[in-house]
Design a protein around this ligand. Structure first.
Ligand code: SF4
Length: 273
């Protein structure tokens, strides 16, 4: 009924498990969504840190972060991800002030002059049977013993204990990719929550890597079945409040069959503006 995707990323795995119906709209039907200030802030701060890490290690200070920040702001001022937010002047100021405070918060969490990075925004992929697993690693570095460390920046709040393991499964996914591509399992995987100053660190093991391939394959099988039957169930929860597809969600009295026509009509004019 729907084409089965041939690749999975951590965000796709989480999206399907969070709500199959929203996954259908976004990843199977590929319907447009309006940009969100939260996502754009995250992209901008990631870009600042990428630019910072393109400088020699000894020069990575809060002072040199300023031109990196200015460059990222200049880039985003032209980017539809930002322009479509249609912020007024006061909202723009608040938006950039928040991005800068997240950048400052980063410097309170670690000293970038001591980090031995070997890759930024690394795109990795590996095969598991017929399925391609792919992901982008924010930063790959070497620890004092030469071990690989995967770092993922987060601009949202740290999850409560209940959700910590599911968040870490995304990073274990990167660990699997590192092992498949570089032949070496990372010594550590870290999630840096810039807004709260918390870092969650995990040590990958043979079991955690195997768990990722098992879980991802199981999720993919569920996606395959849903594509064949057309049965993508809505899973109402916390995500509903920010879900752009709510007007077509059966859990809210909507008709999903209308989304293919109405969502582009509603959101694409924004994208073309
Ligand atoms: S509104 Fe909620 S249940 Fe419906 S598609 Fe969106 S996230 Fe899923």
């Amino acid at each position: 009924m729907y084409p089965v995707p041939t690749s999975m990323s951590p965000s796709r795995v989480e999206a399907f498990t969070s709500c199959p119906m929203a996954f259908r709209f976004a990843s199977i039907e590929k319907l447009p969504e309006p940009p969100s200030a939260h996502m754009t802030k995250g992209s901008l701060v990631h870009r600042v840190l990428e630019l910072l890490y393109m400088q020699p290690a000894a020069t990575r200070t809060l002072v040199t972060a300023t031109p990196a920040f200015d460059q990222a702001v200049a880039e985003y001022r032209l980017d539809p991800e930002f322009t479509l937010l249609a912020l007024n002047e006061a909202q723009e100021q608040a938006f950039f002030a928040d991005c800068w405070s997240l950048t400052q918060a980063y410097f309170e969490m670690e000293d970038p002059t001591t980090v031995r990075e070997i890759g930024l925004e690394l795109r990795l992929e590996a095969q598991v049977g017929d399925l391609t697993l792919r992901g982008i690693i924010d930063r790959l570095e070497l620890d004092a013993n030469g071990g690989l460390v995967v770092t993922d920046y987060k601009t949202g709040r740290a999850p409560g204990l209940k959700y910590e393991q599911s968040r870490l499964s995304g990073v274990h996914f990167y660990s699997f990719l590192c092992e498949a591509v570089f032949g070496q399992r990372p010594a550590a995987i870290r999630l840096m929550y810039l807004r709260t100053g918390e870092t969650i660190t995990a040590t990958p093991s043979a079991q955690s890597v195997k768990f990722i391939t098992t879980r991802t394959t199981a999720v993919w099988k569920a996606v395959e079945k849903a594509c064949q039957t057309g049965d993508f169930r809505p899973k109402p929860g916390a995500l509903c409040t920010s879900c752009a597809y709510q007007p077509w969600c059966p859990a809210f009295g909507g008709d999903p069959a209308l989304a293919a026509v109405e969502a582009p009509a509603r959101f694409r004019p924004l994208a073309a503006a």
